[in-house]
Write a protein that binds this ligand. Structure first.
Ligand SMILES: Nc1ncnc2c1ncn2[C@@H]1O[C@H](COP(=O)(O)OP(=O)(O)O)[C@@H](O)[C@H]1O
Ligand SMILES: [Mg+2]
Length: 348
């Protein structure tokens, strides 16, 4: 089994596992999980169980906004539920600020906020009432609640809906209220399960601004299947596939390590295509033509090599664009989305 794991996991994941398992006590990481595993019992299934999270090892330092990126069913929600103490793990441990989330649940709960994937709201209660209730649960003094509530409503942009029942809210406003509930009482660590799901692009941008601001003050751990969201918010990302972390690192690191390299797009009239293709072949032997459109667009993927750089591609294009009669061109690094899709598909 060990062998199989090593083959699936990237070197960074293996290194992190070694680092985490190397600690004897709890680590200095703000959030730390060790061999965290969840096996769900299933009645209908003949095998009787689903391995949703498989021996996850990860440490998240203070000040880091960490993102679990993965497709549906990857195990993101299950992981957050175990760390927040919402469900028990089948095996392994999770620590928040050095405290075991199972044996020191009450202490841990005081320091964290949690926005679950599905809004924990009551249709007939207003935003203000929700916040009041959560504030009381968190032990905030009655006299402090109105001010804290107003500030949070302002932060998430719900002031004008504050006294309207949550049942009438749009999906995006429900999400904003759930975020506000996670933030009440100034938690040290906030877990956000798909914070912006179901939001329109404008609300989503707004949500990102709020989360970015929050992450300057506390540790944020979020899940998403949007690579764009990860790029916008997370300083470190773990890509999850079928209950395991496949790779780990910053956006730049993942691109450099897994990105196919560069994308080149050129616009020129179709009768000049041949000469351009010969030119590309001559200079970039590894370039793969991925598109050739009759309206005059050629697209290439250039695999990463040691000698190839954005600057070298630009240099050559600039020098030759006159001769080759290129109308317009662009060179870009492969997107995190391409990296993600590539890794998420390794499963099959
Ligand atoms: N309560 C449950 N009982 C049985 N299986 C579950 C339960 N919750 C989740 N699963 C299964 O565990 C796997 C991971 O689910 P989940 O953690 O929700 O993934 P994600 O949040 O990444 O979409 C999936 O195969 C899902 O069907
Ligand atoms: Mg989920």
């Amino acid at each position: 089994e060990r062998r199989e794991r090593d083959m699936k996991e990237d070197v960074d994941v293996v290194e992190e596992r070694k680092r985490i398992l190397g600690f004897l006590g709890s680590s200095k990481d703000f959030v730390c999980v060790r061999n965290l595993t969840k096996r769900y019992k299933t009645k209908g299934n003949s095998r009787g169980s689903i391995l949703a999270v498989d021996k996850l090892c990860l440490g998240i330092p203070q000040g880091q906004c960490f993102g679990f990126l993965g497709v549906n069913g990857a195990g993101k929600t299950t992981t957050l539920k175990m760390i927040t103490g919402d469900i028990d793990s089948s095996y392994g441990n999770a620590y928040v600020m050095g405290m075991d989330v199972v044996t020191q649940k009450t202490e841990v709960r005081k320091r964290m906020g949690y926005c679950p994937q599905f809004d924990p709201l009551f249709d007939r209660m207003t935003a203000r009432e929700h916040l009041w209730m959560y504030a009381r649960i968190r032990g905030i003094h009655k006299e402090d609640i109105p001010e804290k509530t107003n500030r949070l409503l302002e932060t998430v942009g719900l002031t004008i809906y504050a006294d309207i029942p949550a049942g009438t809210y749009s999906g995006g406003n429900k999400r904003k209220l759930s975020l506000a509930l996670a933030l009440i009482g100034e938690p040290s660590v906030v877990f956000l399960d798909e914070p912006s799901s179901g939001m329109d692009p404008v609300s989503r941008r707004f949500m990102w601004d709020v989360i970015a601001e929050v992450s300057t003050k506390c540790c944020v751990i979020l899940t998403t299947h949007s690579m764009e969201e990860c790029e916008a918010l997370c300083s470190r990302i773990g890509i999850m596939v079928s209950g395991t972390l496949r790779c780990l690192g910053s956006v730049q690191h993942l691109k450099a390590r897994f990105g196919k390299g560069y994308n080149l797009e050129a616009k020129l009239s179709p009768e000049k295509f041949e000469r351009f293709e010969t030119f590309i072949h001559g200079h970039f032997a590894d370039a793969i033509q991925v598109e050739k459109l009759s309206n005059g667009i050629l697209r290439y993927e250039m695999p990463r090599t040691k000698s190839l750089s954005l600057a070298s591609i630009f240099g050559l294009m600039e020098k030759n664009k006159g001769v080759l009669e290129i109308r317009d061109y662009s060179v870009s690094q492969s997107s995190l989305e391409q990296v993600f899709i590539q890794i998420a598909q390794q499963d099959d």
